[in-house]
Design a protein around this ligand. Structure first.
Ligand SMILES: Cc1cc2nc3c(=O)[nH]c(=O)nc-3n(C[C@H](O)[C@H](O)[C@H](O)COP(=O)(O)OP(=O)(O)OC[C@H]3O[C@@H](n4cnc5c(N)ncnc54)[C@H](O)[C@@H]3O)c2cc1C
Length: 378
């Protein structure tokens, strides 16, 4: 088994090992069927939670494992090898926990962290709207101040975990145009005036639901405002760096799995694995190891409390493009076998395509990096 996480200390390594066991034991057996039927299994999420894998970066005082970023990202990669959808679910769930931990009042932490850590509450993150994806700061869902709280009206879109989540971190407009007019709210699934809209059909990540969220005169009490009014865009951005490293980890899992499948198939006696093909996949191995090293650097810097915006964009861009190239090349190398769902490559190719878009498209990552270069070269 190809593994890129030997750098982890033993105490952290138990988590990726346990993720690998669960990925093989409970996710992989139904991955093809669940992709086909677009099924998410809550019992799988509970199994992951039971091993502490859904709250690895949460401090022990709140019931988490305080295991650090590298262990969390290694776990996402291991899950992704069996199904990228579960890696996405856990990654998003972690973002909500981190947002409550960073911006929540004592009361909000007490109200929500125990449920998020126990897995009773599954989290979702809702920034995108039909008219604002990349340009997220132009969102129009309104949160009008009323005497004892806010009234939300509008439609959000592309919410991962949407059909299955219990607690939604929703960004809505409380003030004027631009990012400073946005606030963040913690909205429970059963809030009157809030309903889950249509479930999107999509190419990849089919076991992770993606839905609209509809707000019609939805009353949210003051106690559900996360952070201060006008801070909502900062709340969202604060989770995006971590989220992008998470997407890179998911992509690395796909790339690792693809490399292993191709090498195993290629070296079977019946397969005519040419020297040229061996060289091509040896080169992918080197590229994959280098992207992994970058991801490990990003995780380490993040745990040191350093800003990782540029590294996170680099990881997301390189890892998802690499996963896309490798899965596509794998089908070329393996021919018809590569198109058979049971080998998993065609699913991973569809998943890799979605990873190039989620958490800011790869074009947006290039914009982030261009701005970073502007600052560096003055
Ligand atoms: C699988 C999946 C899960 C998702 N989950 C969530 C979620 O949980 N929560 C959430 O809030 N959102 C989620 N999203 C939404 C995601 O963040 C948006 O799809 C993404 O930000 C792109 O927005 P868009 O689809 O509206 O594309 P657009 O912004 O319309 O972009 C269309 C194209 O134009 C390019 N483009 C746009 N602006 C620029 C620019 N300035 N310079 C160069 N090129 C540009 C883009 O790169 C893209 O190629 C998810 C998306 C996917 C695919």
């Amino acid at each position: 088994m190809i593994s890129f996480f030997p750098e982890l200390e033993h105490s952290q390594n138990i988590f990726p090992q346990s993720a690998r066991d669960l990925a093989n034991g409970v996710i992989r057996p139904t991955a093809v069927e669940d992709d086909h039927n677009e099924t998410f299994r809550r019992d799988i999420f509970y199994a992951l939670k039971k091993e502490g894998l859904t709250s690895l970066m949460i401090p022990k005082e709140w019931g988490g494992k305080a295991a650090g970023s590298a262990a969390h990202y290694a776990v996402l990669s291991e899950l992704s090898r069996a199904s990228a959808s579960y890696s996405i679910t856990v990654g998003v769930h972690q973002m909500i926990q981190a947002a409550v931990l960073e911006y929540g009042s004592d009361e909000q932490k007490k109200n929500f962290l125990p449920g998020l850590v126990s897995g009773d509450l599954l989290g979702a993150f809702s920034l995108s709207e039909p008219g604002s994806g990349s340009d997220a700061a132009s969102l129009v869902t309104s949160a009008k101040k009323v005497s004892d709280g806010y009234e939300l009206n509008g439609t959000k879109t592309w919410c991962s975990n949407g059909s299955d989540a219990d607690l939604f971190l929703v960004m809505a407009r409380t003030g004027g145009p631009g990012s400073k007019g946005i606030s963040a709210f913690l909205v429970s699934k059963d809030t009157p005036g809030f309903k889950i809209g249509k479930k999107e059909k999509k190419l990849g990540l089919k076991s992770s639901s993606l839905t609209e969220l509809i707000f019609e005169q939805c009353h949210i009490p003051n106690a559900r405002l996360l952070g201060m009014e006008g801070l909502g865009f900062n709340v969202a951005l604060s989770q995006l760096d971590a989220g992008r490293i998470g997407i890179a980890s998911t992509a690395i899992g796909l790339a690792q799995e693809t490399l292993e499948v191709v090498w195993t198939e290629g070296t079977r006696k019946a397969f005519d694995f040419s020297e040229g093909q061996r060289a091509e996949w040896a080169q992918y191995f080197a590229l994959l190891q280098s992207v992994f090293a970058l991801l490990f650097l990003a995780a380490t810097r993040k745990d040191q409390g350093l800003k990782v915006t540029s590294l996170a964009s680099q990881c997301k861009l390189l890892a998802s493009d690499l996963a896309m190239n490798m899965t596509s090349s794998a089908i070329t190398t393996l021919g018809l076998a590569g198109l058979n769902p049971h080998l998993g490559i065609e699913r991973m190719m569809r998943d890799a395509k979605a990873l190039q878009i989620v958490e800011g498209t790869n074009q947006i990552q290039k914009l982030v990096l261009s701005r970073e270069l502007d600052k560096m070269v003055q």
